[in-house]
Every structure is written in structure tokens, then in C-alpha cells.
Design a protein around this ligand. Structure first.
Ligand SMILES: [Zn+2]
Length: 366
């Protein structure tokens, strides 16, 4: 990577000392500044965004493994693609990936990679709840929340003339993984909640699905006796606040689609929920992101709002991670330490436009 010292200039500051400059002078000044050794925020083409997403997805799959079940992948892909086609970025190469872990979670990586855990699928009651979760994640992608977080946090910057190199892409993937892992900001979560339920409604799904998912999280929390105001269930924004906001929005925006498609969901998803107390976990302190570089530790996590990750931020998974007994700590920490499967290989699925159309028709979707 280019290690030269980078000096920040801003055009605004330069203009402040030349308030009466002519347009021509301003143009020259701007050009000079551009040629200066200037840092810039990361800008990405669609192809680079997809490359970044593939790197992040690889890290997620290495941590949790992929459920090697073609029929389940095909079903989740049909629901996800029906939604993605109605999104603002229908032409991304969307991929829907089922992670081989009993904890309840979902992750969106840039460029169209949407992941949902086996544990989340097991806990959902019907297809509209799945559409709620996938819709929420699709909005994180379509609104480029990960890339915006990297830009806003100035987590990675490039020299003005610097090209997108493999080393920069690697650094970006590390930072993007941390963003996806530790969760988005409150504003981004709200945006995903609101636009996600509208998206589900547009396709014909009952817009209450996301609330069904969040309520399932609350129930799981109670079962785990997790009273800490942290972890998967209390959140930023608080789960109940999110549910209330969405309920109001459904009424005020008159989101009135009704399909829940319960029977098809039941016949497509073979998984059963695994109580937190019976879930296999990896050794305390070793849960976390494969490929991340910070030493593993388990800080008191700030609220992880529903779809925010239960992963240990920056934790490095050890190859020697062991399954612990059921005596391990309970609650959100337990969810975050869930042991995943060992096969990270993608399950290939291809669905045609005719497949999607038939799937929508059979489910009473639009
Ligand atoms: Zn989210």
C-alpha cells in the first residue's frame, strides 16, 4: 500500500482566502488543489463494490459456514429476488445465502450479498416475515450503507491519484466486515426498516413481517433470560421503538398488502429453532470475524438492533476454537459465540424470470 504522507486540503478552505477570485481563477485553483497530494474519500465503481461485497461475504461464510441445502437456497433466492427486482437496484447480481448456524441473525454485504442464518429461518413463522428480514437487508445494500459508513468514518482513504489496489481492497474488506459485523447506525437501521417494509408491501407481502421477526427476537431474549441492555435484543434503536414506528408507518402510509404465505414457508424450511441454552458455541473470546485482525475480546456490546450482528467486533476466530458445554454464559453473549458450520462454499442457484413470475403467482404476490 502507498504509505506516503497524505495532506488534506479542502476546496472550501482555499476559497475562503480568495473571495473575489474570478471563475477562471477558481478553476485554476481547483485544478492545483486536485494535483496536490490530497486525500479523498473512497469512491467505488459498481464492479469494485461487488468485489468488496464478495470479500466481505467470504469472511462471513468462513465464520458461519453455508447450509449446504439446495432447496432452501432456491426458496430463499426466489423470495429475495422477487424483492430485489422491485428495489432501486434491480440489476445488481443479488445473491441470497443461508448460513449454517443456529443463532438468529442476518447480514448484508455490499454489491448484493444478503445472508440469513438457519436459526433465523427456523424462528420465522411465514414468508412475509422472511420478506421483512430480506427487505431490510436489501435496503442496506441498495442504499450503500456499508460504503457510506466507511466514507463517513474516514476508515479508509486514498491518495488523490491512487488507484484501487488489491491492498486497498483488502483494507476496505476488513473495515466493511467490521461495519457489517458491529451494525449500522441508528439512521441507517431506521431507513432499512422503513424502506424494507415498503418494499415487501410493494411485492404483495403483508408489511407486518419485519415486526413479526423483531417480536420473535424479543421472545428469544426472554427465553435466554437476557436482562442486560445489550446484545442482540435491546438495540439502537430499541426493538420496541422500532416495532412501534413500523406499526405507525404501516397505518399512515396505508401499506395494505396481505400475503403471508405460511404454508409454502412451512413446506420449504426444514429447520427447527434451537434454544439459546442448547446452542453450540465456540470458546469464549474466540468468536468473531474470520479475517479480522484485532485481538479477540468480548466488550459489553452496545445494543445490537435486531439485524445487527451478534459477532464480537474485531474478534479473530481461532482455528482451534472449541465447542463449549452448556455451562457457558447465557444470553446475547451466547448468541454471538454460536458455532457455525465448516463449509463456506456457496450453493449455486439460478432462477429465471419465468420461475420468479410463477413463484409470485402461486404465492398471491404482485
Ligand atoms: Zn439492519
Amino acid at each position: 500500500m502507498n504509505r506516503r504522507a497524505l495532506v488534506t486540503f479542502t476546496l472550501g478552505a482555499a476559497l475562503a482566502v480568495a473571495p473575489v477570485a474570478s471563475a477562471e481563477q477558481l478553476g485554476k485553483l481547483g485544478g492545483a488543489l486536485k494535483r496536490a497530494n490530497q486525500v479523498r474519500d473512497v469512491q467505488m465503481t459498481d464492479a469494485e463494490e461487488q468485489q468488496l461485497g464478495a470479500e466481505v461475504s467470504q469472511r462471513i461464510r468462513a465464520r458461519y459456514g453455508v447450509a449446504q441445502n439446495q432447496a432452501v437456497h432456491r426458496y430463499v433466492t426466489l423470495v429475495g429476488t422477487a424483492l430485489a427486482q422491485a428495489s432501486s437496484r434491480p440489476n445488481l447480481p443479488w445473491k441470497f445465502i443461508v448460513l449454517d448456524v443456529d443463532s438468529v441473525n442476518a447480514f448484508a454485504a455490499p454489491g448484493g450479498f444478503v445472508h440469513i442464518t438457519k436459526g433465523a429461518l427456523a424462528g420465522l413463522k411465514n414468508e412475509s416475515e422472511l420478506a421483512g428480514v430480506l427487505g431490510h437487508e436489501i435496503i442496506h445494500v441498495s442504499e450503500k450503507h456499508t460504503i457510506r459508513a466507511i466514507q463517513k468514518g474516514k476508515l479508509v482513504q486514498m491518495g488523490a491519484d491512487e488507484k484501487m489496489s488489491g491492498a486497498i481492497m483488502n483494507k476496505l474488506a476488513d473495515e466493511a466486515y467490521k461495519v457489517v459485523d458491529s451494525g449500522f447506525g441508528r439512521g441507517d437501521e431506521m431507513e432499512s426498516d422503513e424502506k424494507g417494509i415498503a418494499l415487501a408491501n410493494t411485492v404483495g407481502f403483508a408489511p407486518t413481517g419485519m415486526n413479526g421477526f423483531l417480536n420473535m427476537l424479543v421472545a428469544r431474549n426472554k427465553q435466554a433470560n437476557n436482562t442486560e441492555r445489550s446484545g442482540l435484543f435491546a438495540s439502537h434503536p430499541e426493538t420496541q421503538e422500532r416495532v412501534d414506528k413500523m406499526t405507525k408507518l404501516i397505518a399512515s402510509a396505508k401499506l395494505a398488502s396481505t400475503a403471508t404465505v405460511e404454508a409454502r414457508y412451512a413446506s420449504s424450511i426444514p429447520y427447527k429453532p434451537v434454544p439459546v441454552s442448547e446452542m453450540a458455541t465456540i470458546e469464549a473470546g474466540s468468536a468473531g470475524a474470520a479475517g479480522a485482525t484485532k485481538p479477540a475480546e468480548e466488550p459489553k456490546k452496545k445494543g445490537i438492533g435486531g439485524l445487527r450482528s451478534a459477532l464480537t467486533p474485531g474478534g479473530g476466530e481461532k482455528k482451534s476454537a472449541q465447542v463449549t458445554g452448556s455451562g457457558a454464559a447465557r444470553g446475547a453473549g451466547q448468541e454471538s459465540a454460536a458455532k457455525g458450520g465448516s463449509n463456506p462454499a456457496l450453493v449455486a442457484v439460478s432462477v429465471s424470470a419465468a420461475d420468479i413470475a410463477a413463484f409470485k403467482k402461486a404465492g398471491g404476490l404482485k
